[in-house]
Design a protein around this ligand. Structure first.
Ligand SMILES: Nc1ncnc2c1ncn2[C@@H]1O[C@H](COP(=O)(O)OP(=O)(O)OP(=O)(O)O)[C@@H](O)[C@H]1O
Length: 327
């Protein structure tokens, strides 16, 4: 993959889950076809390893000193958390990125050659109901405190220096437990917040020159129609507010990317916390990969089509590399 230009888009259609299989048998096939162009398409037979192999060059870009962002977008329950975080034994992109950095024949060793000093630090934030929270806070209830943003930084957030794989895994696992997750009508463990994992690199040469790079990996909260989430039911006001906030910030993200693609000077970064924090990592010389996740069932056809339209909007590819998708 040649990493020139701005945004790459992969689409990943997850397999039907055992409990969904029975429901999908009687689904009527649609006749109408839509065609979209993407950089990569993963069907249900593709593994975490396959997705990692395609995403790895982007992680390498961060190590080489670029501001790089990978984010997962899609309907609730479509496989974003599975793709970005995964489970032990079936790890997703964040865990594999850390292994790439610190594992055998490490990138860190490579970077440290010739007396260079490599320092790394990790930041873990969630954006819940348009409030930025620090998942690395160790104060009791500290992760529920809302942080202000100045420029594109969460004021007072912890940048935890890290030196080894085990250390990063430990803080990541703790942060995952603190993340706001709730049951919705579509997903028993739905992430109700955007999860932002950032690793900063700084390589200082003997003459004092510094090379910095940043890798952001975001597991975004799932988009969902109010009726499907069950949020419009009386007494579920909190869920309604969450769903509205999630949808609003995802539509702001889409607007920002569209304006960047069009070369517009007025990019509405300040319209949501997510785009404020990602301001320096979208556009310009940054490298961005969006993994659009999709549910394979016909019942979710409209949501899948919306996600694919979002993907098509941000991924203006030339027709030579078009792959077809029909739903
Ligand atoms: N490629 C896959 N292979 C097998 N199972 C998968 C795959 N992708 C997702 N799943 C399973 O599907 C379910 C929903 O996935 P996941 O929680 O990752 O969705 P999500 O998009 O993060 O949802 P939300 O936005 O509600 O948090 C989980 O049980 C997950 O293990």
């Amino acid at each position: 993959m040649v990493l020139i230009g701005s945004i790459r888009v992969f689409v990943r259609v997850r397999p039907a889950l055992p409990e969904e299989l029975a429901a999908s048998i009687n689904e009527e096939k649609r006749r109408k076809k839509w065609s979209f162009g993407f950089d990569n398409l993963f069907d249900p037979s593709h593994s975490q390893e396959d997705v990692w192999e395609a995403a790895e060059p982007l992680v390498q870009c961060a190590i080489d000193g670029h501001n790089t962002t990978l984010f997962a977008y899609g309907q609730t329950g479509s496989g974003k958390t599975h793709t970005m975080l995964g489970d032990s034994g079936n790890e997703g992109i964040i865990y594999r990125s850390i292994r790439k950095l610190f594992g055998a024949k490490t990138q860190i060793e490579e970077l440290s050659k010739g007396g260079k000093i490599v320092s790394l630090s990790v930041e873990l934030l969630e954006i819940y109901n348009e409030q930025v929270r620090d998942l690395l806070s160790t104060k009791a209830g500290g992760h529920e405190t809302s942080l202000k943003i100045s420029g594109n930084k969460a004021v007072g957030s912890i940048n935890q220096p890290v030196t080894n794989e085990a250390g990063v895994f430990k803080i990541l696992q703790r942060a995952q437990k603190l993340r706001t997750v709730k049951a919705t009508s579509s997903n028993a463990t739905s992430s109700r917040s955007h999860f932002l994992f950032t690793i900063d690199f700084c390589v200082t040469s003997e003459d004092g020159t510094k090379q910095v790079g940043k890798l952001n990996v975001c597991d975004l909260a799932g988009s969902e129609r109010l009726s499907k989430s069950g949020a419009n039911v009386t007494g579920r006001g909190a869920l309604l507010k969450e769903t509205q906030n999630i949808n609003l910030s995802l539509s702001n993200l889409s607007n920002v990317i569209e304006k960047l693609q069009n070369g517009d000077k007025n990019v509405p970064y300040r319209d949501s916390k997510l785009t404020m924090l990602l301001q320096n990592s979208l556009g310009g010389n940054s490298k961005t990969l969006c993994i659009v996740c999709a549910n394979p069932l016909q019942t979710h056809f409209h949501e899948t089509l919306c996600s694919l339209r979002f993907a098509a909007k941000i991924n203006k590819v030339d027709l030579k590399s078009v792959q077809n998708f029909s739903a």
